[in-house]
Design a protein around this ligand. Sequence first.
Ligand SMILES: Cc1ncc(COP(=O)(O)O)c(C=O)c1O
Length: 413
Amino acid sequence: MTNTEESQIFDITTQLTMLGRNPDEQWGFVNSPLYKGSTVIHKTIDDLENHRGRFYYGTAGSPTIFILEEAWTQLTGAAGTVLSPSGLGAISLAFMSLTKAGDHILVCDSAYGPTRLLCNGLLRKYGVQTEYYDPLIGKNIGKLIKENTTVIFLESPGSGTMEIQDIPGIVSIAKKRSVKTILDNTWATPVFFDAHGCGVDISVEAGSKYLGGHSDLLLGLTSANRSCWPVLRTTYDAIAMLPGADDCLLALRGMRTLHLRLKEAEKKGLDLADWFRGRDEVEEVLHPAFKECPGHIYWVRDYKGSSGVFTVILKNKFTRTGLENMLEKMRIFQLGFSWGGYDSLLIPVNPSKYRTVVKWPHQGFTLRVQVGLEEISDLKRDLESGFQRLAAGDISKNSIRDHLVSVGLTEQT
Ligand SMILES: Cc1ncc(COP(=O)(O)O)c(C=O)c1O
């Protein structure tokens, strides 16, 4: 609808409505049409041989893919964006673009589990050595940079553990030492954190989460600044891992309401996190907007908001049976991976299983909360009854009960 310069004078929420469509070229229709296809017809042999047309074959993109790429580029202030069939695909692409055999890379200990698997498996196989670092290391990251370090990977807040990283601090050291930075910005999205404005080289968004917003698509967006864009595009063109055009159209549709859904998730997330904080069953709530969340000061300094995903650590007195009893019988909160959709999810996570640098200090069960768009009082009621079912597996109460039974009394006496 507008070119980059025109749209950038508007607030990001206005840009979300303007980008990625051009009614003048769409017979006046408000939204862009869907282009699917492999073959593109060329008028001359010269056009065919020299790829003169804007599109020349399906693996190099289609108008539907292009408009989402362009919209994301403008929204993020990047030099260019490419789209992948999943968020994990987008992360893999970023690593493939910036690493080669013999490289050493630094990855935060709080990274999304499959990112770790990628580093420990495929990247290792191709001769790239990964070293994990404390996500709260800040500018001390410089001490870990070696002669062959090429990439620092950040994810903020960390998956499950919620540490907010000092992104500008790490980026400033990386730039001085000619190391590239990749950020998984999925939790905040460009609405709440300006990755490229902060100097990050490649920013990754799992569009399967908040951009899609309806748990009905898988998509990844990888955007790069001027220095990394050529290598990102070349790597992408070499492997041609494109998403389906239908999913791109769904993402464009999701983009129009991204800020509204994020703000609602923020409001509900804060309300619910505060409610959890007041519960007897809870040891700690890790929400970036709360003082006790590691790296909270960086959230205050760098972020414009918080989305609806946070972590709750239960007191160390419940049993697995109690937890199953709670989570498997919820009416609204469901057990399911992913997040950023309209529905609420509640799953157990176990950071002590995979962290290698910073030991997870908690013994109690840890829950990842994804707050959806349901009425907050219904969500609390659902949790309230969940906690009652959890209490059936309260070791301290059960041992009192066992003791009373053993001396011939009941709890009521
Ligand atoms: C922080 C983060 N990044 C990336 C991904 C990967 O996204 P996708 O599920 O689209 O592969 C996820 C998925 O849960 C995630 O939580």
